[in-house]
Design a protein around this ligand. Structure first.
Ligand code: GLU
Length: 254
């Protein structure tokens, strides 16, 4: 299978903004094993701004664009350093791709991006993609990595996109407030009922919430790629999803 895994900031980092070493180690180990089993893997990783905030010792996530972009420049190095180190332990070679919406909408650039991604997969490398936050301004920004990951899945004709977040999936109500909230295991259509459920969940550290995840799901449903929202707290969820067990919320037209 060709699989895109997206990891959100809240999965990668502690609330302090520093790396959650135990979790990231477990995730890299699991993804290495999945690659060893013969699957093709692409990682879309958030966390550049979050890591930069931690490394620069900023008190909070910046609001102004230059500081955000500076934090992303620092944090992206940290992210790739960690991924390179951890995946190397399992003999996997990582490759960094930083893109903007230009690479999605401009035909030539999109073709170049697609060619590079496909060649990296042929070479057995593990592409790790993020938005090029240091240069992405309003007119060229994708804005959130859920959408970016879905567009990547569409670009490479992936079979499956897994969004790892700090929530278990899509609930019928806020599970923190409503004891009757039920996790939906399978969604085949993003209709008004599903869209209305988006408000019941949000993440604190990252950019996305359920709204961007449902947007990503629509992109995936339109191109015939399955998508799962699952909790990144449990890296073993990745195995469970591939084993076809009911983990998180699966969006599929099958
Ligand atoms: N590209 C952003 C970062 O690396 C994250 C965007 C998102 O979480 O959706 O900090």
């Amino acid at each position: 299978m060709r699989i895109v895994v997206k990891i959100g900031t809240s999965t990668l980092a502690h609330p302090t903004g520093h790396l959650n070493i135990r979790r990231v180690e477990a995730l890299c180990k699991t993804m290495s094993d999945i690659k060893n089993a013969g699957h093709e893997l692409i990682l879309v990783s958030s966390g550049a701004i979050g890591m930069g905030v931690g490394k620069l010792g900023l008190r909070q996530r910046p609001q102004d664009i230059p500081t955000k972009q500076a934090a992303a420049a620092v944090g992206q190095c940290e992210l790739m350093y960690v991924y390179d180190k951890l995946f190397s332990e399992y003999h996997h070679t990582v490759a960094q791709l930083l893109i903007t919406n230009d690479n999605m909408v401009n035909e030539t650039r999109h073709q170049n991006f697609t060619n590079t991604l496909n060649r990296l997969l042929e070479l057995g490398a593990l592409p790790i993609i993020n938005e090029n936050d240091t240069v992405a301004t309003d007119e060229i920004v994708i804005g959130d990595n859920d959408t970016l990951a879905a567009k990547v899945a569409e670009t490479v004709n992936a079979d499956l996109l897994i969004l790892l977040s700090d929530i278990d999936g899509l609930y019928t109500a806020d599970p923190h407030k409503d004891p009757d909230a039920v996790l939906l295991h399978k969604v085949t259509k993003i209709d008004d009922y599903i869209l209305n459920l988006a408000g019941v969940s949000s993440t604190k550290q990252g950019t996305g919430g359920m709204v961007t995840k449902l947007h990503a799901a629509q992109i995936c449903l339109d191109c015939g790629c399955d998508m799962v929202i699952a909790n990144g707290k449990e890296p073993a969820n990745l195995y469970a999803i591939l084993d076809g067990r009911d983990v998180g919320t699966m969006f599929t037209c099958k």
